[in-house]
Design a protein around this ligand. Structure first.
Ligand code: MIC
Ligand code: SF4
Length: 643
């Protein structure tokens, strides 16, 4: 039987396991990336492992999330990351150089290689034919130390593209269409491979928009073939030597095939507060808009920005709209400047922000009370914008620019603007903002700069055979990591300070949770379907750990979050019968006995001591996961293994 692209890359990187879907596989990781909001923790963990120099082909530390520096905290963390990078063989991309995924695609991505990053949108690299995964910081630390990345072998979905996108219909609309079809949990357990004749009509940045948003499907990752378009992109980046063609075998088998005819798509929009709440732009036309934000790792490429600039050229934005534009990288920004497109953007009345995540992670630019914000980003979770009752809609750059001009949601195909943007054959490359590490012989002398914001991470606790604890919080379906551990300008600077962060844990759901959990000392959380979707932030496990959470029981879990829970030593149980969720009430005392035996058999019983009800739970773990839980988390397990 032939192989899919992903299966070929997995096969060539397989360290152990067999490639049958559902089994645990370990794969060699060629490259890693971190960003600063997860990076500080990842490097603290890496330091604990005692490995002097990274053992990957390329590791890069980006600073792109916390760039407000409203106090000493961010600046201190940046200096810490820069010094660790210098000492341990990691390239350091300075603040201002751009968003990790955009810069990585431009400067480091290589078809056929594996990449893990401490950011859930690392699959952006799939646009260039990389097998790229988002992971918790600890998994990235282990990979930097030369350890393999352990995942469950995914099943395969193929999306077969035919036709060609009409003007003003974009890669973002393709992403929204697949979200409409599959929903935010439809990709869980799958790698999504994009193929068919339609692929040829999409540029690398367009492909990257699509693989970037595959994260919102819950997919393990997404990937495109590597073809002549990929070669041309690498050539334009001065890296043609990194090109390698990649395609699936003609007889490769997929578990599911979805057909999308690009000709038939129209501009789409994801309505508040979930990326799969998709409607046509036409159906919402006329809705008043207060704010428009263009940028983020989904839509900040030169192609996106040139199209926006062409739409804004010679026009002025609506007086009732505030428009922000954040180009994805220094390369994009300087190309815009060289071509005069930057002047067109500035003249329109847009507010130019730096090349960073910015409003996407709530670092400023929160909308007004109850305001409608159209964003070219990938997530519109409740509260993420920083305004609790803000209404965030996800759209393409073209739809965003149309609304900025008219002040209302507008189908860009109706504006009669001509935007035939020609992409250059060569990009202006300048890596002066990427600082290489010290040579090995000088590494010893490099001092690590630790600021007072860096606090010790919480001690994990080995799983015990019996657990008795209160059900401290019961939440519903699709709880995101933004619910569990919110981000935003007020909180994000404290990503290396777990005790401080803990005050905000589950703040969106129940502000009393942190205090109650801390007082109880030991507790259990109950969730619905797809618990922990969204970000890769391991803080969504480390903070509950600090507050004494010992177990989470849910109908199902998101991939990265369940790995982070296990890595933190918090045991994740799944309801055998989803309906039993209804039988548990917040405040009940729960008892689970025979945990070790249950971990071996995959089944155990929970007793709700308060009402006497018995509920069967599933807990099937791999041997390695059991060992991690028994050791009290991945760090203890790895340190023990390394002797
Ligand atoms: C996000 O988009 O939510 C983030 C911020 O990039 C996160 C990482 C983080 O929480 O630091 C992600 O997607 O993994
Ligand atoms: Fe940054 Fe937003 Fe992308 Fe996360 S989704 S990496 S916050 S731009």
């Amino acid at each position: 039987m032939g192989l899919t692209i992903a299966q070929k890359i997995i096969k060539s990187h397989l360290v152990s396991g067999d490639m049958t879907p559902g089994g645990e596989i370990a794969i060699k990781i060629d490259q890693t990336l971190t960003q600063d909001a997860t990076g500080t923790m990842a490097y603290l963990e890496f330091e604990t492992m005692g490995v002097p120099r990274v053992r990957t082909e390329r590791s890069v530390a980006y600073i792109d999330h916390n760039t407000l520096q409203s106090g000493f905290e961010n600046a201190d963390d940046h200096r810490y990351i820069q010094s660790v990078a210098k000492k341990h063989g990691i390239y350091f991309s300075r603040p201002g150089n751009g968003i990790c995924h955009q810069v990585h695609l431009e400067r480091f991505g290589i078809p056929g290689k594996t990449l893990i990053g401490s950011d859930s949108h690392t699959p952006t690299g799939g646009g260039i034919g990389m097998l790229a995964f988002g992971a918790g910081g600890l998994d990235v630390a282990v990979a930097m130390g030369g350890g393999a990345y352990q995942i469950t072998m995914p099943k395969m979905i193929k999306v077969n593209l035919t036709g060609r996108l009409r003007p003003f219909v974009t890669a973002k609309d393709v992403s929204l269409e697949i979200l409409r079809i599959l929903s935010v949990k439809g990709g869980v357990g799958y790698i999504i491979e994009w193929g068919g004749q339609g692929v040829k009509t999409l540029s690398v940045p367009e492909r990257a928009t699509i693989t970037n948003m595959g994260t919102e499907l819950g997919a393990t990752t997404s990937i495109f073939p590597s073809d002549e378009t990929t070669r041309a992109f690498l050539k334009a980046e001065g890296r043609e030597g990194d090109f390698m063609p990649l395609e699936s075998d003609a007889d490769a088998e997929y578990d599911r095939v979805i057909d999308i005819d690009l000709d038939k798509l129209c501009p789409l929009v994801a309505c508040p507060h979930m990326p799969d709440n998709v409607k046509t732009v036409e159906s919402l036309a006329g809705t008043k808009v207060d704010q428009v934000c263009i940028g983020s790792c989904t839509n900040s490429s030169l192609q996106d920005m040139l199209k926006v600039a062409a739409m804004l050229k010679g026009r002025v934005i609506s007086p009732s709209v505030s428009l922000s534009i954040s180009p994805g990288s220094k390369q994009v920004l300087s190309e815009l400047a060289d071509r005069g497109a930057l002047s067109d953007i500035i003249a329109s009345g847009a507010r130019l922000l730096e090349c960073a995540c910015g409003p996407c992670i709530g670092m400023g630019f929160s909308p007004n009370s109850g305001g409608v914000s159209l964003r070219t980003f990938n997530r519109n979770f409740e509260g993420r914008s920083g305004t609790a009752d803000g209404k965030v809609y996800l759209v393409s750059p073209e739809t965003a620019a149309a609304a900025a001009l008219t002040g209302v949601i507008t189908d860009p195909t109706t504006l009669g603007i001509d935007i035939d943007v020609k992409m250059p054959d060569t990009f202006k490359t300048d890596d002066s903002a990427i600082i290489p590490p010290a040579p090995p012989e000088e590494a010893d002398a490099v001092e690590i700069l630790r600021g007072p914001n860096i606090k010790k991470f919480p001690d994990s606790v080995p799983v015990t055979d019996a657990l008795r604890a209160e059900l401290m919080l019961k939440v519903g379906d699709n709880i995101t990591t933004d619910h569990i551990m919110p981000a935003g300008a007020k909180i994000l600077p404290y990503r290396s300070n777990i005790p401080y962060l803990s005050q905000f844990c589950f703040g969106v759901c129940d502000k009393t949770f942190p205090e109650r959990a801390k007082a109880a000392g030991r507790s259990i959380i109950v969730g619905g379907i797809n618990y922990g979707q969204g970000s890769s932030r391991e803080h969504a496990a480390l903070v509950p750990l600090y507050l004494g959470v010992r177990a989470v029981i849910a109908k199902s879990f998101a991939r990265i979050h369940i790995a982070n829970l296990i890595n933190a030593g918090i045991i994740p149980f799944t309801f055998k019968n989803a309906d039993d969720y209804e039988k548990l009430a917040q405040g009940d005392m729960l008892s689970i006995e025979g945990v070790f035996e249950g971990m071996d058999s995959g089944n155990l019983t929970l007793t709700d001591v308060t009402n006497g009800v018995k509920i069967p739970l599933l807990c099937s773990f791999t041997e390695r996961q059991k060992a991690i839980l028994k050791a009290g988390g991945l760090l203890r397990y790895t340190t023990k293994e390394n002797g």
